[in-house]
Design a protein around this ligand. Structure first.
Ligand code: NAD
Length: 281
């Protein structure tokens, strides 16, 4: 670099421009308070259920939204949607590059795509164990590492992972699913430690049973859907299913620049299921 502070190398030049732009947008963010205005958020699994609610909420808070989903047919037409399978690194890399190309920045990653698994430890074969862990756990590593170069440049970088009540509480017939969500919690803390000094916060939400198409499919498959729904409602101390919007509100809090001192932790959105013991009515 010469005495002018400018570089003749176009790559360094561009890095300087990006750095200056980040500084300017940091000042803008500081003056704009807790909103997400000017920030770009990736929401995986954003075409359905909790992810769709998160996309709507972060958009309402001012963020531009990029939905990444293996099936974008249900994605809100107001959002940019990119087809990606989080279990396929090439697919993830292509989609994240397309988001960066489209918006020029990535500030927030909500790793929400996930699938269920039922039964005890003998219920699923090795291929199914590998498939569920690849989507629910390694998917977070794939998406976040693809976005890392962009998060490092963000003035307000944040990652929020969707874990579960199953991360902390033993539920019957959910061995593989619980193993995957326990791993999400451990990964959340490890990521938070690794990236703290780069200015990237990493947190999680632990929903209880939420009223989403996924749970709708489980109820439809039950021999008595009404009884199954009543049992799921009764399992949560507040006596009902969690709404996707309630989970989205917790995600919005965690990813907001207003939560700058909150990292490596989680919010339970479970009607008290993980922490409370009520006497039967
Ligand atoms: P959902 O099935 O309604 O939505 C999940 C979305 O993820 C879908 O759009 C689906 O296409 C997408 N998806 C699935 N596999 C994918 C893949 N390999 N690549 C990209 N996208 C993929 O489910 P939901 O209930 O909204 O669940 C969302 C998240 O919340 C999951 O991680 C789930 O484990 C977690 N969760 C759900 C509940 C609940 O009761 N619904 C409770 C706790 C945690």
């Amino acid at each position: 670099m010469g005495g002018t502070g400018m570089s003749e190398n176009p790559v360094v030049e561009r890095a300087l421009v990006v750095e200056r732009a980040a500084g300017e947008s940091k000042r803008r963010d500081e003056t704009h308070g807790p909103g997400l205005a000017g920030l770009v958020a990736i929401v995986t699994g954003g075409a359905s259920g909790i992810g769709a609610a998160v996309a709507r909420r972060l958009h309402a808070d001012g963020a531009q939204i990029a939905v990444l989903d293996r099936d974008i047919s249900g994605a809100d037409a107001a959002f940019a949607a990119f087809t990606a399978d989080v279990s396929d690194r090439a697919s993830v890399d292509t989609a994240v590059a397309a988001v960066a190309e489209r918006f020029g920045r990535i500030d927030i990653v909500v790793n929400n795509a996930g699938i269920g698994a039922q039964g005890d430890i003998s219920a699923n074969d090795d291929d199914e164990w590998a498939r569920v862990l690849s989507i629910n756990v390694t998917g977070i590593a794939r998406v976040t590492s693809a976005a890392l170069p962009w998060l490092r440049r963000s003035p307000s970088a944040s990652v929020c992972n969707t874990a579960s009540i199953a991360s902390t509480t033993g539920l019957p017939q959910r061995a593989l699913y619980s193993a995957s969500k326990g791993a999400v919690s451990a990964l959340t803390r490890a990521m938070a430690a690794d990236h703290l000094r780069e200015g990237i916060r990493v947190n999680a939400v632990n929903p209880g049973t939420a009223d989403t198409p996924w749970v709708g499919r489980l109820l439809d498959a039950a021999s008595d859907p009404a009884a199954e729904r009543a049992a799921l409602e009764a399992r949560q101390p507040h006596g009902r299913l969690v709404s996707p919007d309630e989970v989205a509100a917790a995600v919005a809090y965690l990813v907001s620049p207003a939560s700058g001192s909150t990292t490596g932790t989680f919010i339970e959105v479970d009607g008290g299921m993980a922490q409370l013991r009520l006497r039967p009515e």
